[in-house]
Design a binder for this molecule. Structure first.
Ligand SMILES: [Fe+2]
Ligand SMILES: [Fe+2]
Length: 276
């Protein structure tokens, strides 16, 4: 049985603000104008898109599972504002899963099977973790990758429906990345408050996790090389951007947390009231 406080502590106002924003920003696959004509008409282009969207759909489903598992985890740690926010993150990933499943119907194609695309499955399997901070440093890679891929699809303007989906997902991803930062900053403020060694060890641990996940990205994209070239995506440049952006984001969250924890920087207003 789960143990919880009858009156939850909602003192983390930054996470509460993000939860309210997420509630107000919800949208549905039914809002997409599916009746717009398919621009990708040739069978060859549709097959190429079907292969390319395989890791995207895989990522959405995998995120739905992993976010859902984090909801009770946050509750177990009495992180109720995080728990509330995560329920919307799960809804976001459920919506993305539906959108891409319906997109496959639109182009009358199927994604690659796991047997034909093991690198995609291996990448996803690196992300899962029970601890919320460890999971966030792994999922950072798939979130930033989703963002970069959606920007490419939107700019390539392959299909108006795909561009509409990409625009909506980009807004959702911005919130996921914002939560990633808020949570990790808070976690590191608390860890560094207990001692520099403990903070540094946790930092090394998360950087190693990030590297492990990043190492699985090139083989996954290499397997789709011909299709990425066909659509006009320079995936090697994208991988370099992914490495830079994820490392910068993790560094920033840890650095800000460590400065708050060591008293160098003031606690952000309403960052946490749950430590007492
Ligand atoms: Fe997603
Ligand atoms: Fe996401």
């Amino acid at each position: 049985m789960n143990i919880y406080k009858v009156l939850p502590d909602l003192g983390n106002t930054r996470q509460m603000k993000l939860w309210h924003k997420a509630l107000r920003s919800q949208w549905s696959a039914e809002d997409i104008r599916w009746e717009q004509p398919v621009r990708a008409r040739t069978r060859r282009l549709k097959q190429s898109l079907a292969r390319l969207l395989t890791p995207v759909l895989m990522g959405e489903q995998s995120a739905l599972y992993s976010v859902s598992a984090q909801i009770p985890q946050a509750g177990h740690n009495s992180e109720v504002p995080a728990q509330l926010y995560l329920t919307t993150w799960a809804v976001d990933e459920a919506r993305h899963t539906e959108l891409f499943a319906r997109y496959y119907q639109r182009i009358e194609q199927e994604p690659l099977s796991i047997r034909r695309f093991p690198a995609g499955y291996l990448f996803q399997s690196q992300i899962t973790a029970k601890d919320t901070a460890e999971w966030l440093s792994g999922v950072l890679v798939s979130e930033v990758l989703a963002k970069l891929v959606m920007i490419e699809f939107r700019d390539a303007d392959v299909d108006p429906v795909l561009s509409d989906i990409a625009a909506g997902i980009l807004e959702d991803e911005a919130r996921h990345l914002a939560f990633n930062h808020l949570y990790l900053e808070q976690r590191f403020a608390d860890t560094y408050r207990r001692g520099v060694d403990e903070g540094d060890q946790a930092s090394d641990f998360l950087h190693r996790k990030l590297e492990r996940v990043l190492d699985h990205v090139p083989p996954m994209l290499e397997a789709l090389d011909a299709d990425l070239v066909e659509i006009g995506i320079d995936w090697r440049r994208m991988v370099a951007r992914l490495r830079d952006e994820t490392t910068d984001r993790l560094d920033k969250s840890i650095d800000r947390g460590s400065r708050v924890g060591s008293g160098e920087r003031a606690e952000p207003v309403g960052a946490s009231a749950a430590r007492s």
